[in-house]
Design a protein around this ligand. Structure first.
Ligand code: UDP
Length: 392
């Protein structure tokens, strides 16, 4: 057998990381090591790597604890001054990446975040290495987006898009693009029996009809619409309870208070359980009757995959990612974003018909196994790697 494929994965997250780091870790954990030899280029203080145990993972800290180039916010890039400063500050990190990529003798460069697409992309271009951008966000029209497109024109990445909507959002970059839907290991995400102790601990009673929303508390996730809808649901289903799972970052604490106030004003505060950030999502899903994701716009929404894997019916909005994930009326229901009446109707349909809801949950599990298992995502990624090597 020839030499394994050496792929450099670049991610600059220094803090606890988010969905992008979670996804990258799954790629690294589950990839075929007979085939690929990964090296991870990361920040010096990569908190998200702290508890990670990965046999034989080569790692290299390439980004210092605080690097001015990462201080620029996406919004700030609109000023010419910021952009020039950013360009100037990029030279150091790009050179450093170039040295690391060269020393590791990599075959492919795979970048995992906006800033790494740019810095890693330029370093890869410098070395004439094939480049893969793993894109999971939809950028608003604006300067960060234009910069990304400009860099794409220079670096010619193969774009791996997490959903069709993500792919479309970068169509004008004119790059080869493959949609590789977000995935989870389906042997780890399985339907569980409800844990009665947990039910009690979070203040639920056995007969309660449980709705769960799993999402950061941030306005675009649509909690406000869900609270309005929940008020309507309670009128028909007084036993309904809403679990709000997820936290606000420290900068949006006010938003959580605002949401709590909204629940008070609507007179449904007693039926809403604010659980904050939880590590036991599968166990909470086991207590859930219907999982709801009310986002105004959603590039993907992996929580829908997690709910389907847990055998639960979902209600989501007819936007980006959910259109790829949910098979309408088979694994869940889709409603117009921002429409609390439609959202309430959909929830009530499922709460009122447990048999249909169970059938949807079952179909969801099947769909998750077929389309959203990490092994499938990895196979598609290997195909992308083969292609970029051929195109070289
Ligand atoms: N999550 C979690 N605990 C929480 C809230 C969220 O573990 O309290 C996880 C959730 O299971 C999912 C991820 O965070 O894996 C959120 O991913 P999603 O794509 O839905 O949202 P985003 O990446 O936009 O935050």
């Amino acid at each position: 057998m020839g030499r394994k494929l050496r792929v450099a994965y670049i991610d600059q997250a220094g803090d606890i990381g988010g969905g992008a780091e979670e996804a990258l870790l799954d790629i690294l954990r589950y990839m075929d090591r007979e085939r690929i030899e990964p090296v991870l280029l990361h920040a010096e203080r990569a908190e998200w790597l702290r508890d990670v145990e990965m046999a034989e993972l080569r790692t290299r800290a390439v980004f210092p604890e605080s690097d001015p180039v990462f201080e620029h916010s996406r919004e700030a890039l609109s000023s010419l001054g910021e952009r020039l400063a950013g360009l100037w500050q990029s030279i150091g990190p790009v050179r450093k990446l170039r040295i690391a990529l060269s020393a590791e003798d990599v075959d492919i460069v795979h970048t995992n975040s906006l800033k790494c697409h740019i810095l890693g992309g330029l370093a890869a271009r410098w070395l004439r290495k094939p480049l893969v951008w793993d894109v999971r966000d939809i950028l608003e029209p604006g300067s960060a987006r234009s910069l990304l497109v400009e860099v794409a024109h220079v670096t010619h990445p193969h774009i791996v898009a997490m959903s069709s909507a993500v792919a479309e959002s970068l169509a004008d970059a004119g790059c080869d693009t493959t949609v590789v839907l977000g995935a989870r290991p389906m042997d780890k995400y399985v339907p569980l029996a409800p844990d009665e102790k947990l039910r009690e601990a979070i203040g639920l009673k056995p007969g309660d009809k449980v709705l769960s929303v799993i999402a950061r508390l941030t306005p675009w996730k649509g909690h406000q619409t869900l609270l309005d809808a929940f008020r309507r649901v309670l009128d028909d289903e007084p036993e309904a309870r809403l679990l709000v799972i997820g936290d606000s970052g420290f900068w949006t604490d006010d938003y959580r208070d605002e949401l709590k106030q909204q629940a008070e004003d609507l007179g449904c505060a007693e039926a809403v359980h604010w659980l904050g950030f939880r590590e036991d999502i599968p166990q909470l899903l086991a207590l859930t009757d219907v999982m709801v994701l009310p986002s105004k716009d959603e590039p993907f929404g992996i929580v829908l995959v997690e709910a389907m894997a847990a055998g639960k019916p979902v209600v989501a909005t007819r936007t980006g990612g959910p259109l790829d994930i949910v098979e309408e009326r088979v694994t869940g229901l889709l409603v117009e974003a921002g429409n609390d009446k439609q959202l309430a109707d959909a929830i009530l349909q499922l709460l009122g018909d447990p048999e249909r809801a169970a059938a949807m949950g079952k179909a969801g599990r099947k769909r998750a196994e077929e389309h959203f298992d990490i092994s499938r995502g990895l196979r598609q990624l290997y195909e992308v790697y083969d292609r970029v090597l051929e195109d070289k």
